[in-house]
Ligand binder design. Structure first.
Ligand SMILES: [Zn+2]
Length: 76
């Protein structure tokens, strides 16, 4: 598994609980190295939007939407 897009010494567990063919995904922040129970689940675009906003606002880590999308797609 390639975590190379996460360059700040943390690794992020991303759980894809839905089939990507129906455009659903789930991102979980709990094992990020923070005490954080943030989970976002829904359509992929919404998940990327909300998760990216969360990591930036709460953890100060700005992942591009493209990076998050690529990461999800790699899980396919
Ligand atoms: Zn978090």
């Amino acid at each position: 598994m390639d975590y190379s897009i996460f360059t700040r010494g943390h690794y992020l567990l991303i759980f894809i609980s839905r089939d990507l063919r129906v455009g659903m995904a789930k991102l979980k922040c709990a094992d990020y190295g923070f005490e954080c129970e943030f989970v976002v689940e829904g359509q992929i675009e919404q998940v990327i939007e909300e998760f990216g906003k969360h990591t930036e606002d709460v953890h100060g880590i700005d992942y591009s939407k493209e990076a998050l999308m690529q990461f999800i797609l790699r899980k396919k």
